[in-house]
Design a protein. Structure first.
Length: 346
């Protein structure tokens, strides 16, 4: 997004409420180093507690190379520094949701940011219709800019490393839930709709009135987030409802539980609301990897967590149809409630 933001766009931010935030950092920090079965049990327990009490945690010794992380930050900055005309050559639309997006271009005053999305699997198949009875599929393909020249290579390499970490975290989550065999879940990701998003939040002249990203929950399985030293991520603590700053810690990554894990765990683990605030002086960059199953996967509580004493709290739903409904609503920025997993509560 260029610095010459229109006056109309700035004036439209006046609807923003004042932000009330607690200046504390209580997000759990978990060391993923494991060399013994006892270590594995400890880490799984810590992750389980974090999922149950927060829905968010940070990890260190996660295995994503620091050199690669620095490279993708530099590559993202180089892309977002391009002219608006150049970036919009790969702009996304309702038909092709992958590529570049900026909030002023679509007259969306809710978010002060620009971003670039791409799918881990290219091409990716999703339902062609919101009607679950229509079995036709459509193809989503990535769009890649001409510059920087190493943009695609760096993005794809980082996404694969983030995917490895996401699967490692998911396996530990399953262990914390008492699921000793992770292999059946792996089949859900053979046609995965996982994606990576590069975010750029330009300096905002009225940061008290705008948000980089409004309050929301992630509908996917889980998110692996890398944020720079500027910070801005805030998490809503479900125990008391306060917004908590997640201060950046060097060489760590942020993990948050998505709605699918909430359903799989039969409400034991809950995805948490979060948002991003903007800065008046410094731009901010982040990279978010969203782990998602295939379009054909039916999402429902895991069988071993359901019995007569703990009946299923959610009806099953098709992830492909859910993804398409959310994607189209997000693109159009409709003034209606977006589809949520609460729509499937029993």
């Amino acid at each position: 997004m260029e610095t010459t933001i229109s006056d109309t766009f700035i004036q439209s931010l006046e609807h923003r409420p004042k932000l009330k935030v607690k200046e504390v950092n209580e997000i759990p920090l978990i060391d993923l180093s494991t060399s013994t079965p006892a270590d594995l049990k400890r880490v799984a327990s810590e992750i389980g507690n974090a999922c149950e009490n927060w829905g968010f945690f940070q990890v260190k010794n996660h295995g994503v190379p620091s050199v690669l992380r620095a490279r993708i930050e530099e590559t993202a900055k180089a892309f977002f520094d391009l002219s608006l005309e150049e970036k919009r050559k790969v702009k996304r639309d309702e038909v092709n949701p992958m590529g570049y997006y900026d909030s002023e271009y679509t007259k969306n005053v809710r978010d002060w940011k620009e971003l670039f999305d791409f799918m881990l699997q290219d091409p990716t198949l999703v339902p062609a219709s919101l009607d679950p009875d229509v079995k036709e599929l459509r193809v989503i393909r990535n769009q890649w800019p001409d510059y920087p020249h190493d943009f695609r290579e760096t993005c794809e390499e980082y996404a694969r490393e983030a995917e490895k970490l996401a699967f490692r975290i998911l396996e530990l989550i399953c262990l914390s839930l008492g699921l000793t065999d992770f292999n059946p879940l792996k089949d859900y990701f053979k046609r995965q709709i996982s994606m990576l998003r590069l975010n750029h939040y330009p300096p905002c002249p009225n940061p008290e009135l705008a948000l980089g990203v409004g309050r929301h929950k992630d509908p996917e399985v889980l998110t692996v987030l890398a944020q720079d030293d500027v910070g801005g991520l805030q998490v809503k603590r479900k125990s008391h409802g306060d917004w908590i700053h997640v201060r950046p810690i060097p060489n760590t990554l942020i993990i948050n539980v998505g709605d699918i894990v909430q359903v799989w765990s039969n409400d034991r683990y809950q995805s948490a609301e979060h948002r991003v605030v903007v800065n008046s002086k410094r731009e901010r960059f982040s990279m978010a990897f969203f782990l998602s199953p295939g379009h054909n996967v039916m999402v429902k509580p895991l069988e071993h967590l359901v019995d007569e004493q703990n009946p299923a709290k959610f009806k099953e739903y098709n992830w492909g149809n859910f993804f398409v409904a959310r994607n189209r609503s997000d693109y159009k920025k409709l003034d209606i409630d977006n589809i949520q997993i609460d729509n499937f509560r029993v």
